[in-house]
Design a protein around this ligand. Structure first.
Ligand code: PLP
Length: 364
């Protein structure tokens, strides 16, 4: 059977391996498996969320509130933006999908960093758009601007902090860059790890309110999957000028967010203490990774997120190391598909991190 030709050169997104798979493939008991592969919060989510969602179970028969009023109200207060500036997606992933489908035609060009979140390219290919990439590992906004002038792309993706490398763009430079971009170019600023970056370094702080007030062509993305510990709920959001939001809404399937996820996200926003504790813990534990890497002469990229990227020299092979760890029940992310000889490791609980250091010592 012939399918849409645009699908021919798409490789399916490879998600972090789930614990269930390691149980099946290696016969390891779930309690002996540690997953540090998908940048989830190792402490789970706020206790308040756990309490609140159990009340929701009685409402399961009814469709969700498709206006998403409670969550939009809470997000609006958090970011000082209006309901009309918001769209909620099944993960911010879905908002990326809406944005590309809304803006990019088959002849469109989409500019992004050399190494960045893989879904941008996959959705770009859905619509047949071509992807233009910079060459530097970190976001180099001068290079972005040169490529922008050369190709006049319909869309630009900026991921700060960036996944899978953990580095972040200086906020001042970001604003200067945006000021030079034509209002007809849609610029997506993906802040999936912004909560972490803000806590580490104020100069990386990008405020959605300021962003959308200054630029009507910018879409900011946030997610509940990382710092808020709700990866399994699949919920994220976009913040932009109402004109952009209105177009994205045309692509949104009705009831794209479950009642359970809406409630969990709303309550999660009310427990800032949980998030702040998680973030403090994250950077405390990250120091252990830095010390480990330094002592073993492994390159570690300075990270503004909840993961670290360990880059190996030619004598080591990231795929091999990731597989060796996997057989011991330790799931990390091999970055060979990004053409990096590196692994990405989510900062876990103190015990999980200790286990990681113990295991990897044998392979390096
Ligand atoms: C995790 C992540 C997302 C999206 O996560 P969702 O679970 O779909 O909300 C988006 N961008 C980046 C860079 C990410 O790392």
């Amino acid at each position: 059977m012939k399918f849409n030709a645009t699908l021919e050169n798409i490789t399916t997104y490879e998600a972090g391996k789930p614990i269930e798979l390691v149980v099946r493939e290696f016969g390891i008991e779930p309690k002996n498996i540690i997953k540090l592969a998908s940048n989830e919060n190792p402490f789970g989510c706020s206790l308040k969320v756990k309490e609140a969602v159990s009340d929701i179970l009685s409402k399961m028969a009814l469709y969700p509130d498709d206006s998403m009023f409670k969550l939009k109200d809470a997000l609006g207060k958090r970011y000082e933006v209006k309901t009309e500036n918001l769209i909620i997606g099944s993960g911010s992933d879905q908002v990326i999908e809406f944005a590309i489908h809304a803006k990019a035609s088959p002849t469109a060009k989409i500019l992004m960093n050399s190494i960045t979140f893989a879904m941008y390219e996959i959705y770009a290919k859905h619509v047949g758009a071509s992807v233009i990439r910079t060459t530097s590992q970190e976001h180099d906004l001068e290079q972005f601007y040169a490529l922008y002038l050369e190709h006049k792309p319909e869309m630009i993706f900026l991921c700060t902090p960036n996944n899978p490398t953990g580095d972040a763009i200086d906020a001042k430079k970001l604003f200067e860059f945006l000021a030079k971009i034509d209002a007809d170019t849609l610029v997506v600023v993906d802040g999936a790890y912004m909560e972490y970056a803000i806590s580490k370094d104020e100069t990386k702080k990008v405020e959605p309110k300021e962003l959308i007030e200054k630029f009507e062509n910018v879409l900011y993305l946030g997610t509940f999957s990382k710092a808020y510990g709700l990866g399994g709920m699949r919920i994220g959001y976009g913040i932009a000028n109402p004109k952009i939001i209105k177009e994205l809404y045309k692509l949104r399937p009705p009831f794209n967010i479950t009642t359970l996820s809406l409630e969990a996200a709303t309550i999660a926003l009310s427990d800032e203490e949980f998030v702040q504790k998680s973030i403090i813990h994250n950077f405390e534990q990250m120091k252990r990774y830095e010390e480990f890497a330094n002592s073993k002469k492994i390159d570690i990229i300075e990270s503004y997120t909840n993961f670290v990227t360990l880059c190996f020299s030619d004598t080591l092979n990231s795929t091999k190391i990731a597989n060796q760890l996997l057989r011991q029940g330790m799931i990390v992310r091999d970055l060979s598909s990004y053409k990096m000889n590196a692994i990405r490791v989510t900062v876990g609980t103190p015990e999980q991190n200790t286990r990681f250091f113990d295991l990897i010592k044998d392979f390096i």
